[in-house]
Design a protein around this ligand. Structure first.
Ligand SMILES: Cc1cc2nc3c(=O)[nH]c(=O)nc-3n(C[C@H](O)[C@H](O)[C@H](O)COP(=O)(O)O)c2cc1C
Length: 190
């Protein structure tokens, strides 16, 4: 058992032809050059989650999703703007869980025509309800200048500094919140 933080880089889109894996892998590469946490890609598509409440809830992906979010100390959401909000797939995946999110920290990396800013703000409201501490630094990527043909990700160099600043905050807040969860567990056992 390691004391290192486990941080998931959550891909928010599931559509065929999505660019989120390119963005997530770039963030992971930068994150892996640090020594503050174990970073992993968490692809919501792999869990094949049904729309919440439309099945009996026994699909293996639902339990696996719960287990995955439960084991993480913090998150970096890769957020893309769909109709001025986050994707339905990401909102559905978030709604499937509750306690698994509580008392953890999150950063947001977003993209869209205006850097995905509106989708990121949408997500921040949701994070508040789920007791996730979303950090201030928020790298925003432009579909016009950080992608070629809106599909080949070619991020401007200036974003790297911002990614590290965001990860600094996620790592600090994830560390600070961990003891709260441990003391909650102790209280439950009592
Ligand atoms: C249904 C839909 C709605 C979209 N709405 C917006 C929008 O409101 N604002 C925006 O900046 N981009 C919008 N876009 C463009 C997406 O941000 C862009 O296609 C991006 O690559 C989507 O992320 P993905 O490739 O990971 O799915 C929309 C795309 C789709 C598919």
């Amino acid at each position: 058992m390691t004391n290192k933080l486990n941080i998931g880089i959550i891909l928010g889109s599931t559509r065929d032809g999505r660019v989120s894996p390119q963005v997530g892998n770039w963030v992971k590469e930068l994150a892996d050059s640090r020594d503050d946490a174990n970073y992993q890609i968490v692809d919501i598509m792999e869990y094949q989650l049904p729309f919440l409440g439309t099945t009996d809830g026994t699909e293996p992906g639902i339990a696996a999703w719960s287990e995955k979010i439960n084991e993480l100390d913090g998150f970096v959401f890769i957020v893309q703007e769909y109709n001025h909000g986050m994707t339905g797939a990401l909102k559905n995946a978030i709604d499937h869980l509750r306690d698994e999110w509580h008392d953890k920290a999150a950063g947001i990396v977003s993209y869209g025509s205006t850097g995905g800013a509106r989708a990121a703000e949408h997500l921040r409201g949701v994070m508040g309800e789920l007791k996730v501490a979303d950090v201030r630094v928020h790298p925003t990527l432009s579909l016009f200048t950080d992608f070629e043909n809106f599909s080949d990700f070619k991020p401007a160099d200036m974003h790297e500094e911002n990614i590290h600043a965001m990860l600094d905050q996620v790592s600090a807040w994830s560390t600070a919140l961990r003891p709260i969860r441990i003391s909650d567990d102790v209280n439950v056992e009592k």
